[in-house]
Design a protein. Structure first.
Length: 408
């Protein structure tokens, strides 16, 4: 790709989807606020710019068109501010401004808060070892899907009241939902009916159960929530609010763990250093894996109040795409960011977002990564990644390794 005036960037372009990193570097250096006229959307690529924008919580930026709007949405240019959608039928809560969004998020976040998450460590460890008991005798398997993927999906099943034996189906559904052809984007509205086939029956069953049944805090919190007009959520509306946990909790961790173990395998000295003191060093390696390997590329906001950055005022109705994956590789924040350094000092991170849309599963994700890494290193003395047949499937959003074959 030529680094000349003919440079262009579009997250839905086939070349960008194949490898966005080279585009990010040019954006950061030469076009820190890049305008895409076809979408009436600006791309922010530098860490500090994104850090500041995502911290703003005064209604300047909203997700009323979705945090991952597909091209069908972006192609419709707005003539002014986009208001919150109507309450009924209630869409996913992230599309509302701060008050309603925060209320619904708090209503179902209790099991994902730090103290509650700490109590899940033994369960994660058991699941990791159950998988290793099955996989290690085979000698070769898919590190992404068959190890971390099943563990993460099983944890999601437990949190949302789904039986563990659905974990592989949940994993497959979520992976399929992130795929997209160039020029289209990830249309979650198309994927949701499949997701809701899992989630709506959970809500229906929970509503029908007698009082005193064992707690299911995520579902119970949503069933107990009342909208500003005093109405309760329908079964479908409650199920829809669980999508972030269902999707994000299933897909991200396995790709970080598998890719991170691959990077360590390329650097035997780093792998040996992490192994030397896992209790201290696994958490350090985890943070570098999150920075270097996190698959989420970007999230969008629609501007509701004029906002000026890099001498340009973005008008209400226009959009901003925050390129989190570019921020993770910004030389202004990290020294030699394209190198994997297991104990890199990381002062700030944007891999899980920032501000009101900060990842609801952040604490659980970090604990899962810790346990999956620690149990792998404890039980697997030697492993080899078959990188020549690892695969990344097309997605404008989740640029992660869907399949990483490993031999042990």
């Amino acid at each position: 790709m030529s680094e000349t005036a003919d440079f262009s960037y579009d997250p839905f372009d086939a070349q960008v989807m194949a490898n966005p990193l080279q585009h990010y570097r040019i954006l950061r250096d030469d076009h820190p606020l890049y305008y895409m006229p076809q979408w009436d959307t600006f791309a922010l690529s530098r860490f500090e710019d994104i850090w500041q924008v995502l911290a703003i919580n005064d209604g300047t930026f909203v997700a009323s068109e979705g945090t991952l709007p597909p091209t069908a949405v972006l192609a419709k240019h707005n003539t002014g501010p986009v208001e919150d959608p109507p309450l009924h039928p209630l869409p996913f809560h992230a599309v509302f401004d701060a008050d309603l969004y925060g209320e619904i998020r708090r209503a179902h976040s209790q099991p994902l808060r730090p103290r509650s998450v700490a109590g899940l460590e033994a369960r994660i460890r058991d699941l990791a070892n159950e998988r290793l008991d099955v996989l290690l005798p085979r000698g070769s398997f898919d590190l992404t899907q068959e190890y971390g993927g099943i563990v993460a999906a099983s944890m999601v099943c437990g949190l949302l009241g789904l039986p563990d034996d659905l974990a592989s189906q949940v994993l497959a559904a979520v992976n399929a939902g992130s795929l997209a052809e160039p020029g289209v984007g990830v249309d979650t509205a198309e994927a949701r009916p499949n997701y809701l086939e899992f989630l709506t029956p959970v809500v229906e069953r929970r509503r029908a159960e007698k009082s005193g049944a064992p707690g299911l805090p995520i579902v119970d919190g949503l069933l107990g929530y009342r909208l500003p007009d005093g109405s309760a959520l329908t079964d479908t509306e409650a199920a829809t609010q669980m999508l972030c946990i269902f999707i994000g909790g299933t897909e991200t961790v396995p790709k970080i763990v598998a890719h991170g173990l691959w990077e360590l395998s390329k650097r035997p000295d780093q792998l040996a250093a992490v192994r030397a003191n896992p209790a201290t060093n696994v958490p350090l390696a985890r943070e570098e894996m999150i920075r270097y390997c996190a698959p989420a590329q970007w999230f969008a906001r629609t501007v509701r109040k004029p906002y000026t950055i890099h001498d340009k005022t973005i008008q209400p109705g226009q959009r901003i795409v925050t390129l989190l994956a570019s921020a993770n590789r910004d030389e202004r924040e990290y020294e030699k960011p394209d190198e994997f350094v297991w104990d890199r000092p990381i002062r700030r991170s944007l891999a899980f977002g920032r501000g009101q849309h900060f990842c609801i599963g952040y604490h659980l994700a970090r604990l899962e990564i810790d346990v999956l890494l620690a149990e792998w290193l404890r039980r697997v003395p030697d492993y080899a990644i078959q990188g020549e047949i690892a695969t990344r499937l097309p997605s404008s959003f989740q640029w992660g390794w869907n399949k990483i074959p490993v031999e042990v």
